[in-house]
Design a protein around this ligand. Structure first.
Ligand SMILES: [Zn+2]
Ligand SMILES: [Zn+2]
Length: 492
């Protein structure tokens, strides 16, 4: 599938808009719309529930984005978090030095009286044989020698723009968990191994952002720092190595549980020369995005690098007292780090289906019910009948106490179903003439409504009084056939 399809669906149905669109947009910044914010919150909510609330070895943290500038000295970000850049002296465009030959280039060819050509990346001119020397964009300016460009957003604390008050928007949430290690340890009386989790915004002044929400300058992370005693052994292996493998497995299982298909997931081991300076081993979980296989999340063994660095720069001890061995140790840390926006993109891409139903195209988001932005749509079959509309509104109000529910009467029923399929709503409830009867003819209604399931499009008749129970079962994980088997099918 192609990214444009997702971008267009996202805009049309209120998942993701370009930031500041009426002003022409802001480079690679995106806004999550009414349905997008629901999906994104659901991703974060189930992640938090599954990795923090249901585990006895995990606690949470919500740290501030602005931190003491020395944090970034200690972490290595000030010195190492850089990309080599070259600038065009004419048009002032900036390129990553290592990417400049990976884009097609503009050439004014001396062999053809200076005619302008666009030549494919890395290839020489077919007329004069020259290779690219100048700016690939304007074809006129010389490029500066490479300079290191820091990816952190610099800003100023306080009213005076002076050097003393320079600080940075955090480029990752991780450092706050290292800096708070002792606070968390002491206040919660924790024993190793334990982890701290945090979800929040980070900022990187990427030179080449792009591919929709895949790489953006402002993004959200879900990170875990899992601290282990490096002297411990689990199942005959060093504890950090054992837990690293456990976390890789748990993370892949989590993505599969919420719908990513096996064939779209794979692990990639970082080569030795690719490892960050602090890492003992890093494994990426890759997803087959519309742009190809790319990193969905990374799981790194950061050893004791961060705690030692912060101890050194702060002068505070960041150790753990090992009761058994009667010694202070600096824990090792395993870091599962996921991007919320990338998870969002992967869940959307994997859920997207186009089917043919009775000769018509049906677009469908097969989102896991826990992730779906809307859980139930209540639809009146005839919007001109007050009694049908009233009954539908009452049902919507009752169900909305428990789930995100919408009411829609702005089209014919077939089209209303398609609209809900396209945004992944797992169930529709339809109120019709049979439900309310016909008082003029003296016919009583059966007080039953139709529930339609998104993926199978099957329909059953359920008493209004049992709706809450039925949906509770379904959203608690009961399968559709299990529940549907108890009710008569609706006459389509
Ligand atoms: Zn240029
Ligand atoms: Zn040429």
């Amino acid at each position: 599938m192609n990214m444009d399809v997702l971008v267009s669906l996202s805009k049309r149905r209120g998942f993701v808009f370009q930031s500041s669109e009426i002003y022409g947009g802001t480079g690679s910044c995106w806004d999550y719309g009414p349905l997008g914010v629901e999906l994104k919150n659901n991703i974060k909510r189930v992640w938090w529930r599954d990795f923090v609330q249901t585990r006895s070895d995990m606690v949470g943290l919500d740290a501030s984005i602005l931190m003491h500038p020395t944090v970034w000295k200690a972490s290595g970000h000030l010195d190492h978090f850089t990309d080599p850049m070259v600038d065009c002296r004419e048009c002032k465009r900036r390129f990553r030095a290592d990417h400049v030959d990976a884009i097609s280039w503009t050439h004014y060819c001396p062999a053809t009286k200076g005619n302008k050509f666009t030549i494919p990346a890395g290839e020489p001119c077919g007329h004069c044989g020259q290779r690219r020397m100048l700016c690939p964009e304007c074809g006129k300016g010389e490029l500066t020698p490479p300079r290191q460009f820091n990816l952190m957003f610099k800003t100023f604390m306080g009213p005076v723009e002076e050097d003393a008050s320079v600080t940075y928007l955090r480029p990752e949430t991780a450092q706050a968990m290292f800096v708070n290690f002792d606070n968390v340890l002491q206040s919660m009386r924790l024993k190793l191994p334990f982890g701290i989790a945090q979800a929040g915004r980070s900022f990187r002044n990427e030179i080449t952002p792009g591919n929709f929400i895949f790489r953006t300058r402002e993004f959200e992370q879900m990170e875990i720092e899992y601290f282990v005693n490096p002297n411990d052994r689990v199942e005959g292996r060093p504890a950090d190595e054992y837990w690293h493998d456990r976390w890789i497995e748990d993370c892949v299982t989590w993505f599969r549980r919420y719908g990513l298909r096996d064939e779209n997931l794979r692990l990639r081991e970082h080569d030795r020369d690719e490892l960050a300076h602090y890492a003992k081993r890093t494994v990426d979980v890759e997803y087959n995005f519309p742009i190809g296989w790319s990193e969905l999340m990374g799981i790194a063994n950061r050893t004791d690098f961060d705690l030692k660095q912060h101890a050194k720069w702060s002068g505070k001890s960041l150790t753990y007292f090992d009761d058994e061995r009667k010694e202070h140790v600096v824990p090792y840390v395993v870091e599962p780090s996921a991007g919320v926006d990338r998870a969002f993109l992967a869940f959307m891409a994997d859920a997207y289906r186009e089917e043919e139903v009775r000769g018509e195209k049906r677009v469908l988001l097969r989102l896991h019910p826990e992730l779906a932005p809307l859980k139930i749509a209540v639809l009146p079959l005839l919007k001109k009948r007050d009694d049908i509309v009233r009954a539908a509104q009452t049902i919507r109000g009752d169900l909305a106490k428990h789930w995100r529910v919408v009411y829609d009467d702005t089209a014919a029923i077939g089209r209303l179903y398609r609209r809900q399929d396209e945004v992944g709503t797992p169930y529709c409830v339809t109120v019709d003439v049979q439900t309310v009867g016909d008082s003029e003819r003296g016919e009583a209604g059966d007080r039953r409504v139709t529930i339609r399931e998104r993926d199978s499009m099957e329909q059953i008749r359920v008493p209004i009084g049992e709706l809450t129970t039925v949906f509770r079962e379904l959203f608690d994980g009961a399968s559709w056939p299990q529940v549907a088997g108890r009710y008569p099918p609706a006459r389509g």
